[in-house]
Design a protein around this ligand. Sequence first.
Ligand code: NAD
Length: 369
Amino acid sequence: MTNNPISRRLFLEQLSVTAAVAVTPAWARAAESPPAKKLGVALVGLGGYSTGELGPALRETQFCRLAGVVTGSREKGEQWARDYGFAPKSIYSYDTMARIADDPGIDIVYVVTPNGLHAEHAIAAAKAGKHVILEKPMCNTVAECDAVLAACRAAKVRHSIGYRLFWDPYHAELRRLARTEEFGPFKKMKGDRAFVMNTWRWRADKKLAGGGPLMDLGIYLIQGACMAKNGVAPAFVTAHELPKTRPDISRDTEETLQWTMEWPDGAVAELSTSYQQNFDHFRAEGAKGWIDFQEHAFGYKVGAVETSRGALHYPGPYQQALQMDDFSQCIQTGRATPVPGEMGRRDLAIIEAIYRASASGRREPVKVS
Ligand code: NAD
């Protein structure tokens, strides 16, 4: 365990969550009796992720429902109100978002805009007195994460990050193996996550995305490696950016980045991400065994997962529905979420260290607190 207070808190929180999982697996929790009133969720930003995943997931949730939207297009908002059956008065624009304060049907605001806008929208939600979920990455910088956490503290509202893989059974098994050390402490991790971006999108824009694929895809590898190390952050990182093949797309951000994370117990993770390749793997090895995510390691439906004891076969859960239901239950019961804003901030601290290492060419310390 670590002496760092934030890492220690995350570590203990993760332990308590995994203890709860031993009684009721996280992916089966939605089977608990639903409350009389479902909490109302407002989605901020009706782009690809809201349309393709979060909206449909909110049709399946038992503890929350879609109760409003914040969108730049009134017409789109009205279509969503018809499709999901909420009142047109609960359609807000980015400029009128503060009025959510007077909407008793909305309990949770889920920020699903480009990364560089997360802080602004999450702070507006907290000031309106609503609990907040921020999509990953939490913000562009640690300083922005701190501003969000301060706003949530001041408003006495809860916060959570859209780390949906905490509700995936394969990733739960990775955390269990890390906790029990059945394969020994994981000492060697390896992973890559990448996709090919054919035309420029905000995800490659420094201001809107905070960086390139490290912010968007590399963060999953950071999550996976920290899960394998029981929630403990690495102490040092080194990084190396590869030459760009599409400088017209990755103009002011990295195209391909390889980096190494090192823990005080000698564990090392070698990771890479890119906007011009196609990968999605993760492997963790201990002295007594290994687990290997061979396909769609961080996908909505995780693919083939092998271990030194044989293949794993779990039912594919609805990650996003379970994630939102769990946060709703956390609010209703006072239980801690396994994916609080502090975890999002930790990951930004690691990302900032990786960018520093890439720029300096040196091994850089990770300052989590
Ligand atoms: P998207 O481009 O499809 O949608 C972004 C939305 O934000 C659009 O509705 C757009 O109109 C709105 N927007 C508001 N102000 C904007 C501005 N100034 N510039 C551009 N768009 C603006 O993106 P997305 O794929 O829905 O991603 C949104 C967030 O969700 C990102 O933070 C992303 O990392 C995250 N995400 C998470 C997952 C996951 O698996 N957890 C998957 C996809 C996306």
